[in-house]
Ligand binder design. Structure first.
Ligand code: UDX
Length: 439
């Protein structure tokens, strides 16, 4: 302690990890192939919205403990420990994870590794990847016996990335030697010192912890959303059902919020990559249920569109629809696989005049769905609307005053896609209120 640490790939995961490694005392060099991103970070600016991250980054750039570069040579020369934090998106033509960035890190870093170091994978990868990368590292590194691989999956949530990195639920170290384990224990010493549990294991188990955690979370959300379908058919209330279930400690209330379902850069693509990998391993049957988890999730989006259409007397043509929310969840500007934008897009294709408003995700939304209408403010979005759809539960939307809003719209009709509002309060204020899974 302290170590010289590099963090390769400076997206959500990498930028957060780099700032947090500096915060716990290490000297950090962030590495990315994108010179614009590196320039922004070096100037203390975070190129996406993540609460608390910019302050931490600026603090350590100013202190000199955190620097950035585009040079792998410099990184290899600098680092005792190299964290690989690049993305693993879904391939274009299938369910599998695209491993080109993960592979490129080893291909580009390894030939420069001439001094003892530990290369640590953090990305979410198909089980078996670490073993393959370890072989490749041994082939490419000039001082092969000095460079070792370890796997240390990351569980951070967007919106809580700093907190989740500095105070994680657990640390998982996939290692092949005592030396690698010891190095990781020393790197994370301040985190472990707070009492964070550490699970030391082999490569495949470490990789699987991450994919199975995400599969479990996705399953839990789809479970309650499947119950919402049954509630819709039987007149029950999924909100009260979830509340009652949550009092059972064995079930618990977290990730049991019904609504328009999960999106984002992780859960959807991770469950698909997991299914693809299980197929390759000959155990596809073990994960067929994830296909249902995915299907339930996608049906919630169509159901939301149906509810909105029912509110609009069966047609969207000539109707002004205000969509509140574009990010895949609140406190994030990430629109990857966002249920809100998916619903907005479907309604527009059916002839609706859609206007989207989100407190943080407007620029990203415009890039992905340039043809949708966007409002500068909440007021502009809702003015004259024939129906409002609340699809991302930002604080600003959860605390909306139904009396005020009624004065703005053409028709007081709302679809609460996140079960975020109090139905009786809205109905009392004269609204036709509809929510997924609620009477
Ligand atoms: C997720 C995992 O939580 C994290 O551990 C992993 O490292 C990356 O993937 P994140 O993508 O940031 O993190 O989002 P998360 O907070 O898990 O939410 C995922 C989606 O599920 C969001 O669209 C959210 O709105 C939705 N969700 C969440 C529900 O619909 N209901 C819930 O009860 C919880």
């Amino acid at each position: 302690m302290p170590f010289r640490v590099t963090v390769i790939g400076t997206g959500y995961l990498g930028a957060t990890h780099a700032a947090c490694m500096a915060e716990i005392g290490h000297e950090v060099l962030g590495v990315d192939v994108d010179p614009d991103k590196i320039a922004a970070l070096q100037a203390g600016r975070v190129p996406f919205y993540e609460p608390g991250l910019e302050d931490l980054l600026a603090k350590h750039v100013a202190s000199g403990r955190l620097r950035f570069t585009t040079s792998y040579e410099e990184a290899a020369d600098f680092g005792d420990v190299h964290f690989s934090c690049v993305g693993t998106p879904q391939v274009r033509d299938g369910y599998a994870a695209d491993l080109r960035y993960v592979d490129a890190v080893i291909e580009q870093l390894a030939p420069h590794l001439t001094r003892p170091c530990l290369v640590v994978g953090k990305s979410t990868v198909p089980v078996g990847t670490a073993e393959r990368l370890a072989d490749r590292l041994a082939e490419l590194a000039p001082a092969a016996e000095l460079a070792e691989l370890a796997w240390n999956p990351e569980f951070l949530r967007e919106g809580f990335a700093v907190e989740d990195t500095l105070r994680p639920d657990r640390l998982v170290f996939g290692t092949r030697s005592d030396q690698a384990r010891k190095t990781l224990e020393e790197v994370y010493e301040p985190v472990i010192g707070q009492g964070t549990p550490v699970v030391v294991t082999d490569f495949p188990t470490a990789e699987l912890v991450k994919t199975s955690a995400n599969a479990f979370l996705a399953t839990k959300i789809s479970f309650i959303n499947a119950m919402a379908e049954v509630c819709e058919a039987s007149g029950a209330d999924v909100g009260r059902l979830a509340e009652a279930l949550s009092h059972d400690d064995r079930i618990g209330g977290r990730f049991l919020r019904p609504g328009v379902g999960f999106g984002g850069g992780c859960l959807p693509k991770d469950i698909r990559a997991f299914m693809a990998r299980a197929g390759e391993l000959g155990v596809d049957q073990a994960l067929t249920f994830l296909r249902e988890v995915d299907a339930i999730n996608m049906r919630r989006r169509s159901r939301t569109v149906d509810l909105a259409r029912e509110l609009c007397e069966g047609r969207f043509l000539g109707r002004k629809i205000a969509v509140l929310g574009a990010a895949f969840k609140p406190d994030s500007d990430d629109v990857r696989d966002s249920p809100a934008l998916n619903v907005a897009g479907q309604i527009q294709l059916m002839g609706g005049d859609v206007t989207v408003y989100d407190p943080k995700a407007m620029d990203n939304a415009r890039k992905v769905f340039p043809s949708l209408g966007y409002a500068q403010s909440l007021d502009d979005a809702v003015r004259g609307a024939h129906a409002i759809l609340l699809l991302t539960e930002w604080e600003q939307f959860r605390t909306l005053d139904p009396e005020w809003l009624r004065g703005q719209v053409a028709e007081p009709r709302i679809v609460d896609g996140r079960g975020a509002l109090d139905p009786s309060r809205w109905r009392q204020a004269g609204w036709t209120y509809r929510a997924l899974g609620r009477p």
